[in-house]
Design a protein around this ligand. Structure first.
Ligand code: HEC
Length: 135
């Protein structure tokens, strides 16, 4: 048993030395970005739940998380002026959403949620168009 683990360990280091493991590392990185990006979806679902149940704390908390995510380095997938602009526009709507929730303004928060959702879609459209031209 012990011997087998040693062999496996050696085999693992050799593949590592050969650089065979680097595609795996790239995969891991992509997974991390995926996890990060999916967190946006979780937060926006929570905001929707907050709107539907008039839970202003929930709306404020999760919209704030969205604002914070947009400032994270993991968010900066593309370094283009358009992407920066789209991120800024997104952040404005998530901040408006938080402000409306803090003022217990349900209609204002709902409107800001719709505007924010448009920003999600707008940026994804842009990202896809960039990926298309890269192919
Ligand atoms: C400023 C740009 C931008 C905005 C705004 C934005 N996203 Fe994204 N999103 C991205 C990028 C970049 C990716 C990664 C695309 C890729 O992997 O090719 C992504 C990926 C995703 C993914 C896919 C994750 C996976 O499984 O790979 C989800 C889900 C997602 N975003 C949700 C949202 C939601 C919900 C919002 C709005 C609340 C939002 N995004 C706003 C840029 C943005």
């Amino acid at each position: 048993m012990k011997r087998l683990s040693v062999i496996l360990l050696v085999a693992a280091s050799i593949t590592g030395l050969l650089g065979v493991s680097s595609p795996r590392a790239a995969d891991d990185q992509a997974d991390d970005v995926g996890t990060f990006m999916r967190a946006k979806l979780e937060h926006s679902k929570n905001v929707l739940e907050g709107l539907a149940t008039e839970n202003f704390d929930l709306i404020a908390k999760d919209s704030q998380q969205l604002t914070l995510l947009s400032l994270d380095t993991d968010w900066q997938v593309l370094q283009t002026p358009e992407y920066t602009q789209l991120s800024l526009a997104f952040r404005k709507t998530s901040q408006t959403l938080t402000d409306a929730a803090k003022k217990k303004n349900l209609d204002g928060a709902t409107l800001a949620y719709v505007e924010m959702t448009l920003k999600c879609v707008e940026c994804h459209k842009y990202v896809r168009s960039v990926e298309m031209t890269r192919l």
